[in-house]
Design a binder for this molecule. Structure first.
Ligand code: KIV
Ligand code: NA
Length: 266
């Protein structure tokens, strides 16, 4: 299959073809999602809550993310792999952002990076883009700023907040971003941002009019113990896995496993 490239994202927007994105944190899920035709795989700092047992994304480090990004990039043939820049790895300025982006490219073979913030990150986005590192922006509810935003809350409500969101979106497009994630934004506000931007918007809790959609895979597949209201469950993988583990344990305890077919007789 032909690799998804950044220019395909804008082409998809122009054609009105929806862009699909899921998170992935390891080789087996990356392989499955790649084969399922998911366009973009995000090695998100959501690895902190979903895989590493933290309560937030704040403690996640570049050193923790790099092996995950490497596992995902090694396992895809078509999907474009986006590495999240974790909290504390880009806020200091363009120099710091560039150093972090370069690590993800050299050490983990990432295809793009993502960072949170609008105008305040324009210089970082410009520096990364100029160096050949495509950047996906992230606006609306930005989990790394949860403490400043007053918790997990819908952003861009009201005319003033919606106008600020549009200005931030235009600023990061101008700085060179190739796409922007909109998280927990009223549908009509996300629709407006989608309309004014040339680059695609990828929504999560941002309504149906974004150019694409992203979900955390554990929420999408029913694997986590909690999932947000905006996430839709397409399977109950957690339940299936529990059933498999119980069946295996029963089989071992009853002497049904291993049988001759799963043993070496000579
Ligand atoms: O880290 C993540 O999973 C994300 C998505 C929810 C957009 O940033
Ligand atoms: Na993230």
């Amino acid at each position: 299959p032909k690799r998804v490239r950044v220019h395909h994202l804008r082409e998809a927007k122009e054609r009105g073809q929806k862009i699909t994105m899921l998170t992935a944190y390891d080789a087996p899920t990356a392989r499955i999602f790649d084969e399922a035709g998911i366009d973009l795989l995000l090695v998100g700092d959501s690895i902190g809550n979903t895989m590493l047992g933290h309560e937030t994304t704040i403690p996640v480090t570049v050193d923790e993310l790099i092996p995950a990004v490497r596992a995902v990039t090694r396992s895809v043939r078509r999907s474009l792999v986006v590495a999240d820049l974790p909290f504390g790895s880009y806020e200091a300025g363009p120099q710091q952002a560039l150093e972090t982006g370069v690590r993800f490219f050299k050490e983990a073979n990432a295809h793009a990076v993502k960072l949170e913030g609008g105008k305040r990150c324009a210089a970082q986005i410009r520096a990364l883009s100029d160096a050949g590192i495509p950047v996906v922006g992230h606006l609306g509810f930005t989990p790394q700023s949860e403490n400043m935003l007053g918790g997990k809350r819908v952003q861009g409500r009201g005319d003033a907040a919606a106008a600020t969101l549009s200005e931030d979106a235009l600023a990061i497009q101008e700085a060179g971003a190739v796409a922007v994630v909109l998280e927990m934004v009223p549908s009509h506000v996300a629709a407006r941002v989608t309309e004014i931007l040339e680059i695609p918007t990828i929504g999560i809790g941002a309504g149906p009019e974004c150019d694409g959609q992203v979900l955390v895979w554990l929420d999408m597949a029913g694997m986590g113990d909690w999932s947000p209201r905006f996430a839709k469950q397409y399977a109950q993988v957690g339940r299936l896995l529990g059933e498999a583990a119980r069946a295996y344990a029963d089989d071992v305890r009853s002497g049904g496993f291993p049988d001759a077919a799963h043993s070496f007789e000579s």
